[in-house]
Design a protein around this ligand. Sequence first.
Ligand code: ADP
Ligand code: ZN
Length: 719
Amino acid sequence: MIYHHIALNTILPPLTYSHTAEIPLGSRVLVKLRGKTQIGIVWANQVQADIDVNKILPIIQVFDDFRLPENWRELIQFTSRYYHYPVGQTVFTALPSLLKENKAIELPEAPTFYTLNAVGKTQTPPPKNHAKKLAIWHALLSGSLNLAALKKIHPKARDFIQEYEQLGWLESSTLATPPIPPSQHILNAEQAAAAAAVKSHLFEYKTFLLHGITGSGKTEVYFDIMADVLARGKQVLFLLPEINLTPQLLTRVAQRFPDMPTAVLHSQTAAGARGRDYLRAMLGQAKLVIGTRLSVFTPMADLGLVVVDEEHDNSFKQDNELRYHARDLAVWRARQAACPIVLGSATPSLETWHKAQSGAYQLLTLSNRANELAQLPEISVLDVRRVPLDNGFSPQVLQLLKENFKNGGLSLVYLNRRGFAPALFCADCGHTFGCPNCSAKMVLHQRARQLRCHHCDFRQPVPHSCAECGNQDLTAVGQGTQRVEETLKNALPHAKIARVDRDSTSRKTDWADLYAQIAANELDVLVGTQMLAKGHDFARLNLVVVLNADGSLFSSDFRAPERLFAELMQVSGRAGRAEHRGRVLIQTRLPEHEIFQAIKAQDFVLFAEHELAQRQLFNLPPFGFQAAIRADALKMSEAIDFLNEIRDVIAPLLPKNVWQMGAVAMLMARLAERERAQIFVESADRAALHRALGLWEQVLAQYRDGKIRWHIDVDYQEM
Ligand code: ADP
Ligand code: ZN
């Protein structure tokens, strides 16, 4: 008997099963677990029997259709270890459902590509009066094409192929790369320099940050590098946020790489298609894999380049179950494959920016819009400290909206969606109350008359006056935009107003409808959250107003200003992308805040420098590493006590350079009838942090009864 470890969809480590012969690693097999037949992946073979051999169950069936490759298994192993998530469940998160079925799979057949061979090339071309036949001939002469592509040239392509094949003039292959037509654009000097920098490192691991404002031509730079990599027969993995995977982008890809075998993987892809594309990528048939975060787990036969567009986008971090960050895993994959990776953004994450500053990543900058006609919008900041607001609107903003409507413009009213905890602030000098220990903004607890830090649990009574200027008129802020639509309807009774949020745009067709309405001039005002900020081009949009930006600056989540800056730059990028210059107006009670200086100047670098200096003071990422341990229970006190008890058990074993805070309520303290708490574990030493998390994992593993649920979130993105 030969013993194997099989990874199964369970929290248990890979379990031991026997078979009469050795089964290759990565094979799919059927086994019984608790009486039920399950599919599993061979994770180790030739292992020692670690329990009584009479209790080891046999493997029921071995599928020899294909094996998951070694580099894929390494990726899964790393992901499991880094995010402290069971290997088996990591495997089953990364597999498409087709591969989880208890049956053999028919592998997709690769299309055949044809080109003229040495003999064929010396033949006389067909006469000029056979124009289409001649076109096919030239196509075959210049590269490899499959039948589908040849039929686009001439429907009778199959006949010619048969004829030439019989004459012995053709070379055929299943993994060839079709020729790539030249780009319609000539890259400008900055674009060309950026592309050249990456192309001079095509055969080694190197991370590049492509920093360029919206419309600066980043996509054209990616395409240029991709063309080089694809022409060498290698594969490209192109990751982007769900919301940016628009029909427009896919059309651009199809125009630039018309006959390239491409796999598109996102949450809406039908299960069957996703499974097939996964296999096509694994077998090297699909050359270009485009997808959202989950596609970072696609096995690739010959990865030659990774691109992560909008690398700062939060949707790359999964916030349930396996809490991985696809951008970070993408960097790991590029290193594994010894190929370059390009991270692109107008507002890079501060983690990435910091690495580009320190030289760990190479910074490439595009400083102008590629299309000179599209001017940058004019951004102004409106001080509303002493202005009476009507459901969040200042009179000046309402007036602007009215004028724009009268002139036939399209306006966007942008809401900062995130539910911020209430905070205290001085209406006179704009002072806010930060935690003395850790820079987080203190959250106002009205009933307890306390300010509390939701990071380290420091508490203090609500102060009676401003610590800065002595003013006794302290204001609670945190909401005030619930009735935006009603207010708008009253102010603009004849305008057509559309709300755009997660509910109204959950389906693909919803976006298409919205686009059609905008294109047909059927809408005058859009009201929405950051859903609207990303990746969507509304040519007519020429006025953006931001009502409640301040919430982010009062947030106890240290990443809130970073997100606000990115969203405001993005939403501004929406204004005036076509001929006319757009206007952006931001209401604030903190007009002197550094973030607004940077926003007005549309200067990411200024923002990043200020924000990084703040982070460094308190050892926050990227200067330190963090994880959150979270627990939820029916009552908050149960969740808090649970975490604090384990914290005390672990304390004596904790590496010296690791800090554990006290358990605190999460910002969104209640969800689905459960109350949620968390504890932060932090260190400047990543390895030490992971040792500490290993301790937590061991203790937590004993609590699986469901009364208290817990998870570990490494590099958490939202508090
Ligand atoms: P980004 O990805 O940075 O938002 P894009 O690559 O989408 O920018 O480019 C913005 C617009 O400018 C697109 O319409 C694109 O076709 C055009 N563009 C990009 N590069 C060039 C160029 N070198 N010459 C002419 N037009 C360009
Ligand atoms: Zn604190």
